[in-house]
Write a protein that binds this ligand. Structure first.
Ligand SMILES: [Zn+2]
Length: 531
């Protein structure tokens, strides 16, 4: 049976840009649009031309994307003609394939917020849709507060949707603007709407205020809607929008939807989803949510020993989908609950085969437990765990040694008479017979130490080119009598591969040093650097 086409509309760059603390530059927007285009999103809403300089600039040049690049804006203002409305003019001038208008569909808002008549609001919808069609654009209408409006006055809410459809809008999008509608309500309302407007012209725009934006989107599709609007990682104001990163795998991997519908994201691009999600977080300078469904680091992580042996035998028993399908991976956690089965499973995953009776296995397990007791957390530092395991098993070469390092922080008055704080690090390394000394300044002492360490590794330098730190987190732990510092560092190389390392010490510089060293040595091991 031929599957029906379901369309995905991304509004990360418009509604997602409303997120607290998110401020996209033009370069960010172009990069995110290209990423969305690459994975096969049908519509990318770039922003609101005329509302701010970045969005105006974004729509000033034609794009080269395959996606339907969409500009967002208001319908003509009440009492004005379409030819005499500067906001509408900016929209019509925008270099966009489609225009998504937002209009009120709740009679109460028409009266109170818009201060106009119900009929004038309908006329504004009709005129704006027609003007955009006449300008050669595909047209969408976001019906703001549709579900609340429908509850208050179903006739009028429907009249708004129908006005847009009759005027030639390709899509009429039902918005749960304040995010309070529940899935069964969405399903019931959409069920009614599709009796008036064909479902393949109806979209859903859900907000996550009851944590059901994804469920609401799916409920709308069940009732007949054929476009879903959402954002990457559920970005959006308040509690966010429907999360496309959760919706896409559900639509592709769950039979009820996968058997009936086809979306623009193919299986190969589905595998890039975890990477896309993490890349966005990185651009926003936030650590990815470990517990994000499908793509989070913990999404396929299991802790207890009894599960680990079962997972090895039959992975399907503890996983609702295969982690590789979304670009994630299975993870068996090593923690103080870990038994040998956990450990063997984790070692096999990183390519180390060890016999269960091997005495080194017992030693490794004891070492992990001892170190976790003093503050190490290997669940959060896969690369440090792998190095520890390889060291106990005797497969890590002594590439280089640090004979000495010195870090200083100086507060002084500069030539302009301003107070400045300068950090400087000197590192003395031994690589084979060669002694190397590097010095560097940094933003802070850890940065200076990092730069100095990676400045000159002699014959190993070429193996660490491209290595960079992407996240640095510090926690103070109270283990018994004294406080210690735990440092977690995330590193990345040029091709997007990431790894995490850890250091623990009463001294923050020492803890950072351990984590930095692990990161470099891990990279050398992974690059197959010769001993
Ligand atoms: Zn919204």
């Amino acid at each position: 049976m031929a599957r029906e086409r379901l369309y995905l509309f991304d509004t990360t760059l418009r509604d997602g840009a409303q997120t607290n603390g998110v401020d996209f530059t033009l370069a960010d927007k172009l990069a995110i649009a290209a990423m969305l285009d690459d994975i096969g999103i049908d519509y990318v809403e770039g922003g609101y031309p005329g509302a701010n300089p970045v969005d105006t600039e974004l729509f000033s040049k034609p794009h080269k994307l395959r996606t339907t690049f969409t500009a967002f804006g208001m319908t003509r203002r009440p009492g004005r003609s379409t030819s005499n409305d500067p906001g509408l003019a900016a929209l019509l001038e925008a270099k966009a394939d489609a225009i998504c208008f937002v209009a009120k569909s709740w009679d109460y808002h028409v009266r109170v917020a818009l201060e106009t008549t119900e009929e004038e609001n309908l006329a504004s919808i009709r005129d704006s849709v027609k003007a955009a069609k006449a300008a050669g654009r595909e047209v969408l209408l976001d019906c703001e507060h549709f579900f609340d409006g429908y509850k208050a006055n179903p006739k009028y809410a429907l009249a708004c949707a129908k006005a847009a459809y009759d005027a030639g809008a390709r899509w009429v999008v039902l918005c749960d603007t304040n995010g309070g509608t529940l899935p069964h309500e969405v399903e019931a309302v959409v069920d009614e709407v599709v009796k008036t407007i064909p479902g393949d012209h109806v979209g859903i725009h859900a907000h996550n205020d009851t944590e059901q934006a994804v469920a609401n989107s799916l409920a709308a599709v069940r009732a007949g809607a054929r476009q879903i609007q959402g954002t990457l990682n559920g970005l959006g104001e308040r509690c966010g929008n429907a999360n496309l990163v959760s919706l896409i795998p559900t639509l592709k991997l769950k039979g009820e939807f996968a058997d009936r519908f086809e979306i623009g994201v193919d299986d190969a691009k589905l595998k890039a989803l975890a990477h896309v999600s993490h890349t966005l977080d990185e651009m926003l300078n936030r650590a990815p949510n470990r517990h994000a469904p499908y793509v989070g680091e913990s999404a396929f992580a299991t802790k207890a020993g009894i599960h680990a042996s079962a997972i090895l035998k039959e992975p399907e028993t503890y996983e609702h989908v295969k982690p590789e399908t979304v670009g994630n991976r299975r993870k068996v956690l090593v923690s103080d609950q870990a038994g040998k089965a956990n450990l063997v499973a984790e070692l096999e995953r990183i390519g180390l085969t060890v016999n269960r009776d091997d005495p080194r296995l017992t030693r490794l397990l004891e070492t992990v437990k001892e170190r976790e007791a003093i503050g190490y957390a290997y669940e959060a530092a896969d690369a440090s765990f792998e190095l520890l395991a390889r060291r106990v098993l005797g497969t890590v070469p002594a590439y280089f040694s640090v004979e000495k390092f010195d870090v200083s922080v100086e507060h002084r008055i500069n030539a302009l008479g301003e107070p400045v704080v300068v950090s400087m690090a000197v590192v003395k390394l031994k690589v084979g017979e060669e002694s190397l000394i590097s010095a560097a300044e940094g933003i802070g002492p850890v940065n200076a130490l990092d730069v100095a360490l990676r400045k000159d590794l002699g014959k190993y330098q070429k193996y660490i080119d491209g290595l960079r730190l992407t996240d640095y987190r510090v926690r103070i732990l109270n283990t018994g009598t004294e406080a210690v510092t735990r440092v977690l560092i995330e590193s990345e190389n040029g091709n997007g591969e990431r790894w995490s390392t850890i250091g623990v010490s009463p001294n923050i510089i020492d803890a950072s040093f351990q984590a930095l060293m692990d990161s470099i040595v891990y990279k050398l091991v992974k690059s197959g650097a010769p001993a």
